[in-house]
Write a protein that binds this ligand. Sequence first.
Ligand code: HEC
Ligand code: HEC
Ligand code: HEC
Length: 318
Amino acid sequence: MDFRAVAACAFLLVLAVGAGCRAHREQMARSYVNPALRLPDSMVRFGRSPFSYRPGEPLGDFKLYFDHAPGAGRDDKFEIVGVAYRLRRSACFQRSGGKLLCTTCHNPHQSQHGEAAVERMTVACRSCHEPILDRLAAGGRHSASSDCASCHMPKRRSQDVVHAVVTDHFIRRQPARDDLLAPVAEMQETPGNAYRGEVVPYYPAPFPQTPENELHAAVAQVVQKSNLVEGVRRLSAAVEKHRPANAEFYLILADAYREEGQMEKALPQYEEALRRDPSLVAARLQLGSALRAGRQPDRAAEGLREALRQTPDRANGW
Ligand code: HEC
Ligand code: HEC
Ligand code: HEC
């Protein structure tokens, strides 16, 4: 499958989600993923299965999206799957009251190239900008060229897939830099250069204030260790305050404590996770491994035996 076909599929998937105005706006958020840089960029709510989203449902009821903190050096990130993320930064998107959609510029049923593509884009841009453009062009203050995207949506090398060049959907007066196609060094993420800082809500923004959202936002701080110390504090406080029914919150908290070397605090949280959901094999395995590391081999063996009974083919139980 070539790149355009892949893009078209992603596009159709996004469109399939749309139903009604809200979902249309949400198709923008849904196509934002952050494949290379672990943050996490998004999280399906605990208790929801990955394919349980139904068109028309508020996207935030299914999944929450996160971003780097502003000013942390990642504000101009340009990633291969960042179309919606970039478009959402444009004045065109922010100030057109939800009218600018993927389908304003693209025909999802027909991939257009060359002249036909330029023509379609010009029609799309002009549908909002005609009066001012004609005024500016008549006064010699704006280019008469109709290839709007060549100046306002230049192609640019992506930072995470460094051999690919894609269109910057952040529509601006002028490109931020003039070396958009220059080679970019491949980046291997290591503990030394990985993002360390707050993981902030991206969509919905801000998250509505609910116990569930407080818990998930705290989980986002710790799962990729982006904001571990502060995150453990936030998550333990939220778990203490809300005592959520879902066992996964206790499991994540236990893992985070363990990551921080606070084994004595991790063990009761693993146990709590298992009390709430005895079938949560991940908690049983983690507890077993924590007990083994803590020199309690008998208790470890007992838990691991049970884990094996539940999932005999999971190798890490052995
Ligand atoms: C759905 C309507 C809509 C469409 C389609 C649209 N824009 Fe815009 N655009 C806007 C609005 C609204 C603004 C903000 C105007 C303002 O603040 O006065 C804007 C602002 C801009 C700006 C100024 C940006 C800035 O940061 O100051 C440029 C340049 C621009 N648009 C170019 C384009 C181009 C090129 C296209 C086609 C590829 C396009 N627009 C398509 C609605 C649209
Ligand atoms: C304001 C117009 C506009 C909007 C809105 C828009 N696009 Fe684009 N898109 C373009 C232009 C211009 C190109 C480059 C076309 C070309 O090279 O022929 C492009 C190219 C693409 C490509 C091909 C890869 C690339 O980056 O060159 C994909 C995929 C894509 N757009 C997806 C989307 C998705 C998904 C949305 C909605 C979230 C969207 N676009 C919204 C104008 C737009
Ligand atoms: C040769 C490059 C080039 C092309 C092609 C081009 N523009 Fe521009 N455009 C500019 C520059 C540069 C500015 C900023 C002018 C300024 O800020 O003084 C601008 C400004 C704008 C603005 C903001 C106007 C304002 O001051 O409010 C809009 C809207 C816009 N362009 C739309 C378009 C559309 C639509 C097309 C295609 C029909 C297009 N441009 C083609 C370079 C270009």
